[in-house]
Write a protein that binds this ligand. Structure first.
Ligand code: HAX
Length: 438
């Protein structure tokens, strides 16, 4: 499968001259001003990262190498039975910048199938963790345990020339991505199915095999997971999981270290854990109301109560987006196409009718619209994947595609160690021209 690596090398090399020119001759070009609010609100809107794989527009949503999600649903190769695009194709697009052929996609699928063997020590590490510890704890620990196999780390220690770092990083990235479905399914079957594991089927595609190993081996679930893996794969470089992976990688940490760190970031409730919180929040609501078919008025009151309690309404709001997340819309359309009358999905749709005006009326929530996490749990639940505490692991498997592709770019471009400047409160007060009142 060297030709995929060679194509990446050729396409990324074309950018090297531009990058060198930017750093050498145009380093003093000013990109904008930074104000105190931007720094104190989590560095929002400060252009600070170079990320090739995707770009997020606040008023339009995500584009992968220029393509929106609906465009990708049309253009990326699918299985012969139609359905949803294959995540292998999205990975190719993010790495190479072109829509792949079906043959390219099959080749990546085959490559990942040959690399998918998970070393026994990773299973042993998972089995040593209490079964009732969070699935994301088990997932990130298993990833970390595989750093033992990093070819990048071995090459670095052997003194390899830095111009070849990307090649070893590519090898680690492809192997790590290939292993993740097996790791995730192992954790799933361990926790929820008495450790009754299902062996991989190497003839299946990456997402299809995940459905198979989880024990949800229908065409519908395979299709859902293919779509799920595509829409969660990347959201430009600044989100917590992507930025953490990139930051840890900038110290020349190997892909296993960097991605495990990114996954620990994804596990936070304001990021990937929100997909579980949405389910918990809805079930708390239906329990309190004593009905699983709440009216719009009942939902409105529950949202107000959540806000009064000083809690967030999970699945709503975004640090960048200012519209309904297209990833929400794509899932809603999937439900409209395949699912007839599901009470939970009806409730999710009702929340979408009710929540935005209430959130907007607070006057402080910048984006009152739903994000990706508002819908994903209800779809999984419909198809029998009801164990919501596992949902962030599925998000993590998908997120590997974007953040690990970016890690190969980082080493290809020779991006340096990341080290922003920090300042004390006194410095900020001085800049604002005010005295401390403390
Ligand atoms: N419910 C209640 N309050 C909310 C809110 C929500 N859904 N979204 C924002 N706010 C609040 C913030 O907590 C903040 O309050 P304070 O000023 O009291 O601190 C205020 O509104 C302004 O926040 P913001 O500028 O609109 O939003 P941020 O960029 O700070 O945060 C978040 C963005 C996504 C973290 C936020 O909207 C949120 O907490 N949403 C709920 C959790 C969630 O769905 N997270 C998943 C996001 C998508 C993702 O990354 N998926 O992985």
């Amino acid at each position: 499968m060297e030709y995929i690596k060679n194509r990446f090398y050729e396409s990324a090399m074309k950018n090297m001259t531009d990058l060198q020119k930017l750093r050498k001759d145009h380093g003093d070009v000013v990109l904008g001003q930074v104000n105190i609010d931007q720094v104190l609100s989590g560095m929002k809107g400060i252009p600070a990262l170079l990320t090739e794989t995707s770009k997020l527009d606040a008023n339009e949503g995500i584009r992968f190498r220029g393509y929106s999600l609906p465009e990708l649903q049309q253009k990326l190769p699918k299985m012969d039975d139609g359905g949803e695009p294959l995540p292998e194709g999205l990975f190719y697009l993010m790495m190479i910048g072109e829509i792949p052929t079906k043959e390219d996609v099959i080749n990546i699928s085959k490559d990942w199938a040959t690399r998918a063997h998970v070393p026994q020590h990773a299973f042993d590490v998972i089995d040593a963790i209490p079964k009732n510890s969070r699935p994301m704890t088990q997932f990130s620990t298993a990833i970390l345990s595989m750093a033992y196999d990093s070819v990048f780390m071995k090459a670095y220690r052997a003194g390899v020339n830095k111009k070849f770092y990307w090649d070893f990083m590519y090898e680690d990235v492809m192997t790590l991505i290939a292993r993740l479905p097996r790791i995730a399914a192992y954790i799933y079957r361990r926790i929820y199915h008495n450790g009754n594991h299902i062996e991989p089927n190497p003839t299946l595609d990456w997402a299809g095999n995940l459905a198979h190993m989880m024990g949800h081996d229908s065409n519908e679930v395979r299709n859902l997971l293919r779509l799920y893996m595509v829409i969660h794969a990347d959201h430009e470089g600044g989100n917590v999981s992507a930025h953490t992976t990139h930051l840890v990688g900038s110290a020349l940490s190997n892909a296993y270290y960097a991605f495990a760190a990114g996954m620990v970031g994804l596990a936070g409730p304001l990021h990937g854990y929100a997909n579980q919180e949405v389910m918990d929040w809805i079930s708390e609501m239906t329990l309190q109301l004593g009905t699983d078919e709440p009216s719009d008025a009942q939902i409105g009151k529950y949202i107000e109560q959540t806000l009064i309690q000083g809690r967030v309404v999970p699945g709503y709001g975004h640090a960048v987006l200012r519209i309904t997340d297209p990833r929400f819309t794509v899932q809603q359309q999937f439900a409209e196409k395949y699912i007839v009358n599901d009470k939970l999905i009806n409730t999710v749709n009702a929340i979408y009718r009710v929540a935005p005006p209430i959130l907007e009326a607070t006057g402080k929530i910048k984006n009152p619209w739903p994000n990706v996490d508002a819908f994903s749990g209800s779809l999984l639940n419909h198809y029998g994947i009801t164990e919501s505490s596992f949902y962030t692991v599925l998000f993590g498997v998908s997120r590997s595609l974007g953040v690990l592709a970016s890690l190969v770019f980082d080493r290809m471009y020779g991006l340096p160690i990341e080290r922003p400047n920090s300042q004390t409160m006194e410095w900020f007060l001085n800049k604002a021209g005010i005295q401390s009142e403390g």
